[in-house]
Design a protein around this ligand. Sequence first.
Ligand code: AMP
Ligand code: MG
Length: 342
Amino acid sequence: MKKYKTLLLENNETGIKKAAALLRAGEIVGIPTETVYGLAANALNASAIRRIFKAKGRPQDNPLIVHIAELNSLYELVMDVSDTALQLAMRFWPGPLTMVFAKKPVIPDILSAGLATVAIRMPSHPTALSLIKAANVPLAAPSANRSGSPSPTTASHVIRDMDGRIPAVLDGGACSVGVESTILDLTGEVPCLLRPGGITPEMIRSVTGKLKIHRAVTAELSRSSMAISPGMKYKHYSPKAHVVLVKGSPQAFTRFVNSRSGEGVVAMCFDKEQYGLEVPYVTYGARGDAAGQARQLFSVLRRLDDIGAKTVYCACPNEREMGLAVYNRLLRAAGFEVIELD
Ligand code: AMP
Ligand code: MG
């Protein structure tokens, strides 16, 4: 793979112009969005997209999301925009909602990993929108982490994973949502939630009425089962430590973790619930504040590696609304290992 001296571009007109020029030249660039940092390339250029897969070490059967800055671009990329899709776009774009449509032939097969569909969203981060407009092409962008590790929510996370592997990162500050977009499949009769995110099931139902939640949101798919969204079958978002999700009251959690104390054991708990713990701990937001948990989740998972955690017992978030997105990511970070106390 080509070796780069990775530039950190500032969030101003010069930085955006430089990033746009690299993208137009078929290069890949780390970019800020409101969800997580993306690793972007011209979505219509197959060889640029190939570079994303290489830099991330991403399996070729895991398709990418296309980012657009204007609703008109959607019609150039997909076969049909239903009334439901249009209503959802009017309500939630720009924002953290990705919708899956039947693709037009302009979408390279490598982008959609051979699927007949393509996932599209319009990000709300002003820098992302300016960059897409300046590049004047739709941008394919998966999360800018090395495949399998926690998604990056700051430019320095991207540098840590991608230094030397990409020509530049555009610094847009810390991501305001902190977890990847909600993915909604609109190709069937009833809209189907494939990945929970900042746009919650309740918000979607308020527009569509009906909504299916794919089994893979909260359950492990067998290796052999054909995932409709191939990304769902991979272990994801993991620090190097062995993570175990623990369900139960704060008191039961404290008792359980203390009984497991030992070298490299770390508790990951909610703010103000660390009292009584006899092992090192990290906190990831207040128990009742799922949006706050989402914002911190990936940097906390990265911090566990920095402090040399070997086994992490993580207090389980609730699964309602935005909490479903946090729970979904933690389940994957834990490789679906869950202990139920009480
Ligand atoms: P990332 O950008 O790293 O969050 O990964 C993109 C996610 O979008 C992966 O989980 C993919 O499986 C999913 N995805 C991308 N394209 C499609 C598609 N056409 N149909 C269903 N899921 C998709
Ligand atoms: Mg990802």
